[in-house]
Design a protein around this ligand. Structure first.
Ligand code: ADP
Length: 462
């Protein structure tokens, strides 16, 4: 990521518009980028943030950014449902940066963002780092499972961030008294069960949310629908000040979930796609392949040999299947990887460049894929939501997802931000057929059988 940032042109401008630096093609390109970013200029964001936007190469705000950012920077609660890959992350990243820009001298966590996986938390942290990199004094921290909790505690004690991104479980754990935190006095509190964090006093935990002003949940339906995670979120929520902005985002949300999300909010501004039909991605070519289970490997290898791809994500139904399929593809000399660590007994199978064993390997592996060091990722639904890898242009459902929501999230990994992409789903059982029918009925799309030859113009960006 740092490498990509280094390649971006410098940007400088005066209040009236753009100020050219350097000469020739380079400065022309800079000027053009700045002019195109003018849609963002209407949001009246601070200059340091605008600079980050231009450096990220964002030219125009997307529809969801147009619809949400002006409301969000007024401090309104937001409940936003918009399709995958259209920049929902930047909605809360830019708004929060703007809202705390003048409060960086204040101590304590002001923004908390919760996501359902460590990979998502890591990715969101990086979007904050990219877009906020010109804001002097801004501190951004992340806390998620699979990393040392002591390190998180140290970060919070010594250098408390303005913005904290994390998974609900880890954030809640950090709110409990821990090693290094002042010990509670002996007495009733010692008898408290694990997980009961709410009664602890601020000074007893390393993480206090007493100064929080913005509470954000990404992939909120996933977080809210899973009972354990919802409970964690509720426990965190009740330890935050009453007066704060709450924003929640997802591409999918049932009416019931929407109702629960709204209970966390006061008169939210609701953004909803008008019809389910509009949730499907315009640039995405979708096919099915009817086959038997035993034909899947051959079909996959044929496809990987014949299709043109930058990067491809292959979804399977279990970690075991991901490890097995990844192993098979590597044996066939495909540049394949998986996010999942090999169980210890298979560690000897490790290939060069693969980081193994330790839990935190998942983030390293994700970065490896994002860095384009591997072109094929075999994974499960943990990568199905929220993950953004620009070069992924093909998604293969080697195993069909369980429902139409997950289908939508998975195929949304290709065709990000309006680009073209291809999604192929292997349909082998009656249940697979049923899910495929649900997808077609719900999103009002016809997903045909994959032809013998797929025209590259249909799924490759020019
Ligand atoms: P979502 O959360 O809606 O699925 P993301 O926030 O992950 O989508 O955004 C998808 C990709 O689009 C990311 O790589 C992000 O950096 C990029 N992006 C966001 N907003 C813009 C914009 N206005 N112009 C260009 N790219 C953008």
């Amino acid at each position: 990521m740092a490498g990509a940032e280094e390649e971006l042109p410098d940007f400088s401008e005066d209040a009236s518009g753009t100020k050219q630096e350097g000469n020739g093609e380079d400065s022309k390109a800079k000027t053009e980028a700045a002019i195109r970013a003018s849609g963002f200029r209407d949001f009246m964001l601070q200059e340091a943030i605008m600079k980050g936007i231009v450096e990220c190469g964002f030219e125009h705000p997307s529809e969801v950014q147009h619809a949400c950012i002006p409301q969000a920077i007024l401090g309104t609660d937001i409940l936003c449902q918009a399709k995958s890959g259209m920049g929902k992350t930047a909605v809360f990243v830019l708004s929060c940066l703007q809202l705390i820009a003048d409060k960086l001298s204040e101590k304590g966590v002001q923004v908390l963002v919760l996501g359902h996986t460590r990979e998502l938390a890591y990715q969101i942290q990086h979007e904050f780092l990219r877009l906020g990199k010109n804001m002097e004094g801004l501190k951004i921290g992340a806390a998620y499972g699979g990393t040392s909790m002591d390190k998180d505690r140290e970060m919070l004690k010594k250098n408390s961030p303005h913005i904290l991104i994390g998974t609900p479980g880890r954030v809640l754990a950090l709110m409990k008294p821990g090693k290094g935190a002042p010990k509670p006095k002996k007495g009733k509190k010692d008898e408290k069960k694990e997980g009961e964090a709410e009664a602890e006093k601020d000074e007893e935990s390393v993480l206090s949310l007493a100064h929080l002003s913005h509470f954000i949940v990404d992939e909120c339906d996933r977080v809210i629908d899973e009972l354990d995670m919802r409970k964690d979120v509720q426990k965190i929520f009740i330890q935050t000040p009453k007066k704060k902005q709450v924003m929640m985002f997802s591409a999918t949300m049932s009416d019931e979930t929407r109702g629960i999300c709204k209970k966390f909010m006061q008169v939210p501004h609701e953004i909803v796609v008008e019809s389910e039909k509009k949730l499907t991605l315009d640039g995405l070519m979708q096919y099915t392949a009817a086959l038997e289970e035993k034909q899947k490997n051959k079909k996959l290898i044929d496809m990987l040999d014949s299709l043109e791809f930058s990067q491809v994500v292959i979804f399977v139904s279990s970690v075991k299947r991901a490890l097995a399929l990844d192993g098979l593809l590597q044996e066939c000399k495909f540049p394949s990887m998986t996010l999942h660590a090999l169980p210890k007994e298979f560690a000897y199978k490790a290939k060069d460049g693969e980081s193994l064993g330790a839990e935190h390997g998942r983030i390293e592996r994700l970065q490896m894929f994002k860095d384009f060091r591997k072109r094929i990722l075999v994974t499960t639904d943990i990568f199905g939501r929220g993950m953004d890898v620009e070069k992924v242009n093909i998604v293969i459902n080697y195993d069909m997802p369980q429902d139409s929501d997950m289908y939508l999230h998975r195929v949304g990994r290709a065709g990000r931000f309006g680009t073209k992409g291809l999604a192929v789903s292997y349909v082998s059982s009656d249940k697979d057929k049923e899910v495929m029918k649900q997808v077609q009925d719900r999103f009002e799309v016809e997903i045909p059988q994959m032809p013998a030859q797929v025209d590259t113009a249909l799924y490759l960006n020019a």
